[in-house]
Design a protein around this ligand. Structure first.
Ligand code: NDP
Ligand SMILES: O=C1O[C@H](COP(=O)(O)O)[C@@H](O)[C@H](O)[C@H]1O
Length: 500
């Protein structure tokens, strides 16, 4: 890998502390960092290089699952870090930054390859990109790349405006838009599941699949992010990006060649084929909700409106369920259901593929299911039907489980999303980053939903914390003769409860 400078805007922030520094450290341990590397942290806080290195060390000790004890290697690692005080609006500060970047490039004899990572509030994305261009930081004789955090815009128009500004400083190939769901091992495994298994490949279409259910439910509430979340809601926070990215990854056709441009091309075809929902019809395809107080894991939790920083009459959505139709020859007529919410019964991200039931037995049998657990566990299981000799030979569903954690080693060795994504960006592989076309088309699909929310054209449901969301989300599936498939463990528990 080529030597480079890694410039981190927002180096004193929460994301840097919890995710970025530990990820860089883990890459260092795995010898996946270029040698030498210069890392320059930026923020308005007044820190010396040593203070900054101490902060990086603290974050690694606290948040890296690989940290055991301090070694001489840690010293070498920290030695690559420098700090520069910078206010994003102050053009003079970019000149000081340029001076430090060049000084380190000369000291370390590294090429002018520059990675700029924007871990700052979204309102700063454009101003930073323009200053990188205008200050000369972007005028390198090596490569330059921009890693950019979410959210990418607040709606279709603002996303387009932002992209226009970024494009005046960076080419599309130089922009790495992070969607951390694309860094999750099981999301990355989706193409391999289909690609490497002819059995699955042959049935991955409307002829055999009855519906697809993509869930990302969380038990946490809004936490300390009310300022951002109350303006965003689940529709912007999760649906426009993570949920639609998972949908694209599930429904895309296998490209002839597995590379970034082919995969992104196939994903784009899926998002392009989504049936638009007219503002007036949003109420027929989308369910929105907001959590009220309830119990999670035996603990009483407050309702959304009572959370710190939330407006007491806020009508921000903390839950969304949607029925999505893909109008192409492979998927037309197959509903894709997506569902995401905060303060739900379980923390679970998973994709359930329900196969069509074509058998004509005297007995009602459950459909075959392929269940892809994305997090917290990484697992694939298949629900088949089999005779149960202990129950008069009745046909009953059995689950065949393939734990991916077992096959890749113990959980702590599996690289986390940020590690994977930072590594990919360092080597210039943009496969698991969102292309502008995907982002724009996602906003295009979401925009009428935002408009309908603004004009209050659909019901606003409350749901108890610790539940599965509003009942209306069940109706969305019932209308097509389906139901949400719940987590296996929950099902087992329910059965036990019924037996009591
Ligand atoms: N935290 C998380 O879990 C996640 C965050 N994100 C995204 O990552 C980005 C960063 O989030 P997060 O770390 O939580 O935010 P924080 O508020 O914790 O950190 C913001 C950073 O920006 C710096 N900053 C603020 N104002 C300025 C300024 N005028 N000039 C220069 N630097 C400034 C702050 O440094 P200082 O105060 O020293 O100036 C700080 O380093 C956001 O886009 C967020 O949406 C995405 C997914 C998850
Ligand atoms: O991007 C976000 O994702 C998290 C959920 O991520 P996960 O990896 O824990 O599933 C969500 O809590 C947050 O609101 C959102 O901004």
């Amino acid at each position: 890998m080529e030597s480079m400078t890694f410039v981190l805007f927002g180096a004193t922030g929460d994301l840097a502390k919890r995710k970025i520094f530990p990820a860089i450290y883990n890459l260092y341990l795995d010898q996946k960092l270029p040698q030498p590397i210069s890392v320059i942290g930026l923020g308005r806080s007044n820190l010396s290089h040593i203070n900054f290195q101490e902060k990086v060390k603290e974050s690694i000790i606290t948040f890296s699952r690989r940290f055991e004890h301090e070694t001489a290697e840690m010293g070498d690692f920290l030695n690559a870090f420098r700090y520069n005080t910078l206010d994003v609006n102050n053009t003079g500060d970019y000149q000081k930054l340029l001076h430090l970047v060049k000084q380190r490039e000369e000291e370390l004899q590294i090429k002018e390859n520059r990675m700029f990572y924007l871990s700052v509030a979204p309102e700063f994305f454009d101003i930073i990109a323009l200053n990188i261009r205008d200050s000369g930081l972007g005028a390198t004789n090596g490569w330059k790349r921009l890693m950019i955090e979410k959210p990418f815009g607040h709606d279709l128009q603002s996303a387009r405006q932002l992209n226009k500004k970024l494009s005046s400083a960076f080419e599309e190939e130089e922009i790495y838009r992070i969607d951390h769901y694309l860094g999750k091992p099981m999301v990355q495994n989706l193409e391999a599941l289909e690609f490497a298994n002819p059995v699955l490949q042959s049935i991955w279409n409307k002829k055999h699949i009855a519906n697809v259910q993509i869930t990302a439910s969380e038990t946490v509430g809004v936490e300390k992010r009310a300022g951002y979340y109350d303006q965003a809601g689940a529709i912007r926070d999760m649906v426009q990006n993570h949920m639609l990215q998972m949908l694209m990854m599930t429904a895309m056709n296998l490209p002839k060649k597995i590379n970034a441009s082919e995969i992104r091309n196939e994903k784009r075809k899926v998002i392009e084929a989504l049936l638009p929902v007219k503002k007036e019809d949003v109420h027929t395809q989308i369910v929105r909700g907001q959590y009220i107080s309830g119990e999670i894991n035996g603990q009483r939790v407050p309702g959304y409106k009572d959370e710190t920083g939330v407006d007491s009459d806020s009508n921000t959505d903390t839950f969304i369920a949607a029925r999505v139709w893909i109008d192409n020859p492979f998927w037309s007529g197959v509903p894709f259901y997506i569902r995401t919410g905060k303060r739900m019964r379980e923390k679970s991200t998973r994709i359930v593929i329900e196969f069509k039931n074509t058998l004509d037995l005297n007995q009602k049998v459950e459909p075959n299911l392929l269940i892809i657990e994305i997090s917290p566990g990484e697992n694939v299981s298949l629900q088949l039907n089999s005779k149960n000799p202990m129950n008069n030979g009745n046909i009953e569903p059995v689950r065949i489980n393939f734990s991916c954690e077992d096959s890749v080693g113990n959980g702590s060795e599996v690289p986390e999303a940020y590690e994977r994504l930072i590594y990919d960006a360092l080597i210039g592989d943009s496969t698991f980053f969102a292309h502008w076309k995907e982002v724009e088309l996602s906003w295009e699909w979401v925009q009428p939903i935002l408009d309908a929310f603004d004009e209050n054209l659909l019901p606003f449901h409350e749901y108890s914390s610790g539940s599965y969301g509003p009942d209306a989300s069940n109706s969305l599936l019932l209308e097509n003769g389906f139901k949400w498939w719940l987590d296996e463990k929950i099902q087992e528990n329910k059965e036990k409860l019924l037996l009591k």
